[in-house]
Write a new protein. Structure first.
Length: 333
């Protein structure tokens, strides 16, 4: 259901209301892959330049700027030849109109072409193109910024142990995993929770293929909040309320539909953006009777973390029975 990298193994098919994605265009653009985003980014500017280039060419054509015979005209009042004033100077073809469109929208301003006060329509088009260019810049730059600062990027440095283990802790069978943060900038208000996902059937015969069951967990700090300044071992006590209560090392690998999902959430200290990291453990990724080795040591007055041993485990004496049997045996004794 959830991969080791946190990706959800779910395919959405036969969505009839595709128009809902267009109602949230910005999120749709952010969710696109980079090649598609860059293609849309490029085409947005090219199409707007071409569109307004055509508008500038039509204005020049309608005003006679492209007709060289109108370069000189006679002023009836003065009775002398007066210089022809174009709407936009130095526009002789569609190519020059396209170049002027680029200069207007990206505010390059080479100085060879400029709008005159001869045509109010040209001034209006100049204003409209500047506004359109600012809107495209804001949307595209905002989209690229959001893609580069997405929360899951920070989650790449939040790591989980490859395997989970089941062993005794304080005399009780516990499901344990290790979580760590590779960066020095901390995750603020970090919380962690676990769920068991498996196929279940109700008393009425209804089959739930992906039933999500929250399981209680404990950590060295207490509660769901963790202070992730160094790697921590998070554990779940397998008691009578646990879905792992009747699992033993003999039948653990027969539970092919068993999957334990771990979700870590928190706020990135440097950006203030909420991030989430996910992983899961299948039955064959749970080691019975093993414990994580210590990786934090004090060196020269500082605590040092050896990440080369992050997922290393060592065998420890552990009963080969279910938590239910262990509890019953202790109650008899």
């Amino acid at each position: 259901f959830v991969g080791k990298n946190g990706a959800c193994n779910v395919a959405h098919k036969n969505i009839r209301e595709q128009g809902r994605f267009l109602q949230d265009v910005f999120t749709t653009l952010v969710d696109l892959k980079w090649p598609h985003t860059l293609l849309i980014f490029t085409m947005s500017f090219l199409c707007s330049w071409l569109l307004f280039g055509m508008v500038w060419w039509l204005i020049a054509f309608a005003h006679g700027d492209l007709d060289h015979s109108t370069r000189l005209q006679r002023d009836p009042a003065e009775g002398s030849a007066a210089a022809f004033v174009p709407c936009v100077t130095s526009i002789h073809s569609f190519t020059s109109a396209f170049l002027f469109s680029i200069e207007v929208q990206v505010t390059i301003g080479f100085g060879g072409r400029m709008v005159t006060e001869e045509c109010p329509a040209a001034i209006l088009v100049l204003i409209v193109q500047n506004i359109v260019g600012l809107v495209i810049n804001a949307i595209m730059l905002g989209c690229i910024f959001m893609k580069t600062s997405q929360a899951h990027r920070r989650a790449e440095t939040l790591i989980f142990s490859k395997h989970a283990v089941i062993a005794l802790r304080e005399g009780r069978l516990c499901f344990m995993l290790r979580v760590g943060d590779l960066r020095k900038s901390m995750i603020i208000s970090a919380t962690i929770r676990m769920q068991v996902v498996k196929k279940t059937a109700s008393l009425e015969g209804e089959v739930v293929p992906l039933n999500q069951i929250d399981i209680q967990m404990e950590n060295p700090v207490g509660g769901n909040s963790i202070f992730l300044v160094s790697p921590l071992i998070i554990y779940h006590v397998i008691d009578k309320n646990s879905p792992l209560y009747d699992i033993s090392p003999m039948n653990l690998h027969h539970h092919e539909d068993l999957e334990i999902i771990v979700i870590l959430e928190g706020v990135v200290e440097t950006t203030g953006i909420t991030t989430q990291a996910r992983t899961s453990y299948l039955a064959d990724e749970i080691l019975w009777g093993q414990r994580f080795v210590p990786i934090v040591a004090e060196e020269d007055g500082r605590y040092s973390v050896d990440y080369s041993k992050f997922g290393n485990t060592v065998k420890v004496p552990t009963p080969s029975c279910t938590a239910r049997q262990l509890e019953e045996d202790r109650s008899i004794m």
